[in-house]
Design a protein around this ligand. Structure first.
Ligand SMILES: Cc1ncc(COP(=O)(O)O)c(C=O)c1O
Length: 444
């Protein structure tokens, strides 16, 4: 019988061929670090709804979901129509548009904390701007970031990540304070000790959209209280959780309003785009103040060729308006609940140590036992990271790809409103088959 790796190579010869060329063109052969895979990554041609296809004609049930952007699935007809119409009307008018107003209104309708907003081209830009706004508003320099929380790849966002950081001047990390995730006392002690803290930024459901959860909502409420007492700007990075944890994001789900929110992915209808929004007096640090237009000494400067570009604006507006008016989140959440139950059943039936946990449409599979409520895993973050780093997980991901299921990273299923019950049941059968293959290799 072929090994998992042999089957992967045999099934994906077209991807292997393309990767051979790609290694001569792209560093590491890829255009996004997370797409790097050994012996080669998959080359995809197109997607529709919950499905996508590779260059060898293999079909996948997709849980990468555009890195979380595709709450409406691939190529939703309403988004396709809106973007196609806008392409014909102009991709860049070099001016203000009705479309950007419509986009902003759609965000405000779902997230009450967004008094004012500014658009960007990505989540990385949004978190960079949020930190700058907080520093400008408070006149303070430091930002608290939580261990393992991901906020993109700019210099400040990379502080405290578990990745090495060549190319980042150590001075830029001098203004970042890294604290353990989920530890209110650590935040309180730091705020008591250091009067130069401008902001605290976090992923509100835990690092990597809940892969490493904490005791939400108590932790969020505690942070809100501590930061409000001291005039520290609380930033929720809702790049993934925004419009997914609930129609209004994690902040509405847990009823904790941050001062600033960063958004990307779903906010732009799965086109490139990002936004930072929140309290008017903070976002207004970007506003012109009666100075000559070339004089930026009293304000936060913010150009950006593709800010509020009309394609992202119409895709975002259509997507958010659908979320507001249709049971999009309920549908995705119901499928995710079926998937989570099924994954736990399969693991139990096969007597493989492991469990699935998560909230809304973000499900995480951990090959280690835990007695948690399957919403917020209670294993230590170190234990979860160890479990996710195991060779069995690499083999399982590859085997699932052999069996027509593609997951986000090493452990995550990001479910869309277009996943059907049949998709979920087919996924569970594929997971069972894949676990059997991993077991046959002696890894679980
Ligand atoms: C929570 C979070 N913040 C920020 C980012 C960066 O967004 P982008 O990839 O659009 O720069 C990501 C990307 O995955 C993210 O998950």
């Amino acid at each position: 019988m072929a090994t998992i790796l042999e089957e992967y190579i045999a099934k994906h010869s077209g991807s292997a061929q393309r990767y051979a060329e790609a290694t001569r063109i792209f560093p590491g052969g890829v255009t996004h670090d997370n797409r790097y895979a050994q012996p080669f990554p998959l080359y995809l041609t197109h997607g529709a709804g919950s499905r996508k296809w590779d260059v060898d004609g293999n079909e996948y049930i997709d849980y990468v979901s555009g890195h979380g952007a595709l709450l409406l699935g691939h190529s939703h007809p309403a988004v396709v129509a809106a973007v196609a119409e806008q392409v014909a009307r102009g991709t860049h008018l070099g001016a203000c548009t009705d479309e950007e107003l419509r986009w902003a209104r759609a965000i405000q309708a779902l997230m009450p904390s967004i008094e004012k907003v500014r658009f960007h081209s990505s989540g990385t830009e949004a978190t960079l701007m949020a930190m700058r706004l907080a520093r400008a508003y408070t006149g303070k320099n430091k930002v608290i970031k939580l261990q393992d929380h991901f906020h993109g790849w700019h210099d400040y966002a990379m502080a405290g990540s578990d990745r090495p950081a060549p190319g980042i001047p150590p001075e830029s990390w001098g203004s970042m304070v890294i604290l353990p995730s989920g530890d209110l006392k650590a935040v309180e002690d730091t705020l008591n000790r250091d009067s130069d803290i401008a902001a605290l930024i976090l992923e509100p459901t835990g690092a990597h959209y809940g892969q490493l959860p904490f005791d939400t909502p108590n932790y969020l409420r505690g942070l809100r209280e501590l930061t409000s007492q001291r005039g520290v700007v609380l930033i929720f990075d809702e790049v993934v959780t925004g419009f997914r944890a609930s129609p209004g994001g994690a902040q509405v789900l847990y009823d904790v309003a941050p001062d600033l929110t960063t958004m990307a992915k779903i906010v732009a209808g799965a086109l490139p785009g990002g936004a930072v929004g929140g309290k008017a007096e903070i976002v207004d640090m970007i506003a012109h103040r009666g100075d000559p237009e070339w004089d930026n000494r009293n304000r936060v400067y913010h150009p950006g060729t593709f800010n509020g570009n009309p394609l992202s604006a119409v895709a975002g507006a259509v997507c958010l308006e659908m979320i507001a008016s249709q049971p999009i989140n309920q549908q995705a959440d119901a499928r995710a609940a079926r998937l989570k139950r099924g994954l736990n059943d399969v693991l139990g039936k096969m007597e493989v140590a492991g469990h699935a946990h998560g909230i809304a449409s973000m499900i995480h599979l951990v090959l280690a036992d835990c007695d948690c409520d399957r919403e917020l895993c209670r294993m230590s973050h170190r234990e979860i990271k160890e479990a996710i780093g195991a060779p069995a997980v690499t083999a399982l991901k590859r085997s699932m790809q052999n069996n027509g299921v593609d997951i986000m990273g090493r452990d995550s299923f990001l479910v869309s409103a277009t996943h059907t019950e049949e998709d979920i049941d087919q996924t569970l059968a594929a997971v069972e088959k894949s676990l059997a293959a991993v077991r046959a290799e002696g890894l679980v």
